[in-house]
Every structure is written in structure tokens, then in C-alpha cells.
Design a protein around this ligand. Structure first.
Ligand code: EPU
Length: 421
């Protein structure tokens, strides 16, 4: 059943919002269960459509999975039914590619459907494939599938990524953990999710060093064992609610927010006139002035995250002046802009830069969500706008925001989900 979100804007958000476990850590952590025949317990897993998609895929492969409680998953991978991840799973979620490395490393072969294009850009997986080839796997592309084979196992080597890739680094990290000898990942992604995945693998018996720096060294081991691991809080969810608080001129405490994971984001927010302060309950976010224009460039970690670009664009639509936002990671990540324009925003796109001239107020309208972060940027716009906003195609939102309506309603927002007939 299709759903849309109805929002009556103009209410400043006030209250506390608990931040859920990180989606982009939960997805590779679930894939890591393929690396061991022992029990992996993952705590603070968010209840999200993407997490369910990952669980369905692993279930299909033959992994035994149980929810021990609402946010705790127990996964055991003794024998697999298949090493093939079919199109129907990968089509639903690109992060399904994360099973490629673990399957090839432990089961010596894999067949994973090639992800197609996606709303925000071409998003190739060539670097994932090349890294596995360098580790000694034979790789063929056949009928839309990536087929790997490594009958003698994988062998450590130096792998240099021409540019940073998060899931590419994660896939290679998981494969190299079970390779013979030492692997060095050069120009590895430095995002906190990558660091935490390495920490999880180390808890499972891997020998990984240098996570969080551009060079990660992995000394391969023969096997990995079970472990229990907690997901860190989702930095993108925290940043999203920080922007919602500022945009509505409210005051929100982000509970379990890791400020150190959001340094460049909070620096940018300060320039925009938004303060943040550590309190006993969490990080308190509020405005200290009108919203000021800031020029932002999205960058790999520790730079300003592309996953907060759409939300920040919404904040800039009501700034006092003109701001520019340059998207350096994805080539097509301004799909929210024309929708914001429908709500009265003044945005001109020039190649990879959006120039935003602040307006006094946004006006409620019917808008269409195109991807996860674009969806939530429109929700924030709806919270700010005069009158009623309807955000259509909500299924994108549910991939990455746990209990969004409840979290916002508890802060006073007037928001409800309705079915579209
Ligand atoms: N790229 C290639 N070839 C590759 C790999 C990447 O050309 O083999 C390009 C991509 O097309 C893109 C750039 O490299 O232009 C960076 O992509 P990256 O591989 O880092 O992205 P990802 O690993 O597919 C993860 C997150 C995204 C987030 C990006 C960038 C997960 C599951 N997804 O994607 O999250 O935007 O890193 O930080 O971790 C989201 O949560 O909304 C989301 C899209």
C-alpha cells in the first residue's frame, strides 16, 4: 500500500530524540555473519526496511537469523543453501553487494547480481571487483551477475583505491580478513562505519590495524569466531534531526549522538548560526541567530557528508542571503531541489553546485521523494513550511529512518502517515 506523509508546518521542535543504531554499520555487520560458523550477536540494530532486506538476503543464502529482542539480532552461518545473491534482492538494495567479499573469502565462490543504476548516480562496483581480483579471485561478469571463484583461497596484497569507496573498502576488508598473508588497503575509506566494521571483525578474531586512517593493514587469519557487538549511533540520523531542530527554530536534545563523528557538520552548522552543546542528556541543538548562508562542499569523511547534503539544502532555503552547495560524491544528488522549488525555495543548479537564495518562508505543497535523504529533506521542509505539505513515495524514507513520525511527534510536530488510495 502506497503511503504519504502529511505535515502541518510551523511548529518549532522541542524535546529529546533518541538516535538509533547506524544503518550503514548494521548492513556490513550483518554481511560479516557470513565469515564465521559461530554465533554473531548484533545489538542496537535499527528496525529499517534496508535492514530487513539484508536479513531476507542472508536468510535466502541459508543463514539462521533470529531477533533476540527488538534491536538484537543473532546470526549463525553453518552451511549455506546457495552462494548466489539474485537480482530481486540486489535490485531492492545496492548494499547487498556486501555479501560478495565474505562469500568469496569463506565459501570460495559467489554470484551476486550487478546492481543497476540508482537515483543518485551511476555508483559503479568496479573497485569492489578489482580488489577481489587483486586478492586472487577469478571474476567474470555473466548474465548480469558478478561471478567469483577462488578455489585456493584469497592471498593478501597491496590494494590502492583510486578514490575512496565506503562499501568497496568494507567488502575488501571482510575478504582480506580471511586471506592468506597481509593486505594493505591504500586510500581506504575513513568513515566511522568502516572503523566500527574493522573493530567488529577484530572482535571476531581478525587482525586489522589502521582503520580510520587512509591505510588499513589486515593480517589474514584462517577463521573467525563468534562475537557480540553494539552498533554505534547513526551519525546521519543525528545530523538530520539537528537540521530539523534548527530549521524550525526549535531546541532539541539528540540522545546518544556522537559529536566526534559529526565535527565538520557541526562546524558548518555553527557558521549557519546553529549552536550545539554537550549536556547530560545528549547534544542540545538550537539557533543562536537567523540562519546564515554557508558555502558547503560534500567530501569523504571527515568532510561534510553527502548523506546530509539534501537536508542542509533545505536549511539554506531559509537563510539570510545566498549559499552554495557543491556535491562532490554523487553526480545526481539534487533531485530534492526541484521539489523544494515547488515549496517556494529559490534554487538554481549549475552542474554540481546548487546556488540557494534564502526566502522568508516555504509554502506547503505536494512533493515527491526520490531517495532516502531527499525524502527526509522534504519532511524537514514540510515542518518549516506554512500550511500543509504532502510527501509522496514514502517507501524511500522507511529504508533509513526508524520511527521518524514518533520521534518528531514527541517534539511537537504535526505529522502523520496516511495511505494513498
Ligand atoms: N564508485 C565507483 N566504483 C566503485 C565504488 C564507488 O565508481 O566500485 C563511486 C560511486 O559511484 C560514488 C563514489 O564512488 O560516486 C563513492 O561511493 P561509495 O562507494 O563510497 O558509496 P557506497 O559505498 O555505495 C555508502 C553509503 C551511502 C553513502 C556513500 C558515500 C552504505 C550502505 N551506503 O555508499 O549511503 O552516500 O557511502 O558516503 O554504506 C545513504 O545512507 O543514504 C547512502 C546513500
Amino acid at each position: 500500500m502506497l503511503q504519504k506523509m502529511l505535515i502541518k508546518g510551523g511548529v518549532p521542535l522541542r524535546g529529546a530524540i533518541p538516535i538509533s543504531g547506524a544503518k550503514n554499520l548494521a548492513l556490513p555487520s550483518i554481511a560479516a555473519a557470513l565469515l564465521t560458523d559461530q554465533k554473531l550477536t548484533l545489538n542496537n540494530i535499527p528496525n529499517l526496511v534496508d535492514v530487513n532486506s539484508a536479513i531476507e538476503l542472508l536468510n535466502y543464502l541459508g543463514v539462521e537469523i533470529n531477533w533476540a529482542s527488538r534491536h538484537s539480532l543473532i546470526l549463525s552461518t553453518n552451511t549455506l543453501k546457495t552462494t548466489e545473491a539474485p537480482y530481486d534482492f540486489v535490485r531492492k538494495m545496492r548494499a547487498s553487494i556486501l555479501v560478495l567479499g565474505p562469500l568469496t573469502a569463506r565459501f570460495k565462490k559467489a554470484s551476486v547480481s550487478l546492481p543497476g543504476g540508482c537515483a543518485i548516480g551511476a555508483r559503479g562496483v568496479d573497485l569492489h571487483i578489482k580488489a577481489l581480483q587483486q586478492l586472487g579471485a577469478e571474476v567474470e561478469l555473466e548474465n548480469g551477475y558478478i561471478k567469483t571463484s577462488a578455489p585456493a583461497g584469497l592471498f593478501g596484497c597491496d590494494i590502492s583505491f583510486p578514490f575512496s569507496t565506503m562499501t568497496g573498502t568494507e567488502n575488501t576488508l571482510m575478504a582480506a580478513a580471511l586471506a592468506k598473508g597481509t593486505t594493505k588497503l591504500i586510500n581506504a575509506a575513513m568513515e566511522p562505519e568502516v572503523v566500527e566494521l574493522a573493530n567488529l571483525l577484530n572482535k571476531m578474531g581478525a587482525k586489522i590495524e589502521g582503520q580510520g586512517t587512509p591505510v588499513i593493514t589486515i593480517e589474514g587469519v584462517d577463521s573467525l569466531h563468534g562475537a557480540t557487538f553494539d552498533m554505534m549511533p547513526d551519525r546521519i540520523e543525528a545530523g538530520t534531526y539537528a537540521i530539523a531542530a534548527a530549521a524550525t527554530n526549535g531546541e532539541v536534545i539528540l540522545k546518544n549522538c556522537r559529536r566526534d563523528h559529526l565535527s565538520s557538520f557541526f562546524e558548518t552548522m555553527s557558521l549557519a548560526g546553529v549552536t550545539h552543546e554537550e549536556t547530560e542528556e545528549g547534544v542540545l541543538v538550537k539557533r543562536k541567530s537567523d540562519i546564515m548562508p554557508v558555502d558547503v562542499q560534500t567530501m569523504q569523511y571527515p568532510g561534510f557528508p553527502t548523506d546530509l547534503q539534501a537536508q542542509f539544502t533545505t536549511l539554506m532555503t531559509i537563510c539570510k542571503g545566498a549559499a552554495s552547495i557543491t556535491e562532490n560524491i554523487f553526480e545526481n544528488r539534487f533531485m530534492h531541489a526541484p521539489e523544494l522549488v515547488r515549496m517556494g525555495a529559490n534554487i538554481a543548479i549549475h552542474g554540481k553546485t546548487a546556488v540557494i537564495t534564502g526566502v522568508n518562508a516555504l509554502k506547503g505543497a505536494q512533493v515527491m521523494a526520490t531517495d532516502l535523504r531527499a525524502s527526509v529533506s522534504l519532511i524537514i521542509a514540510g515542518l518549516v513550511a506554512e500550511g500543509e505539505t504532502a510527501v509522496n513515495r514514502l517507501y524511500h524514507l522507511d529504508r533509513g529512518y526508524e520511527n521518524l513520525e514518533e520521534k518528531l511527534t514527541n517534539c511537537g510536530a504535526n505529522i502523520k502517515r496516511v495511505s494513498v488510495d
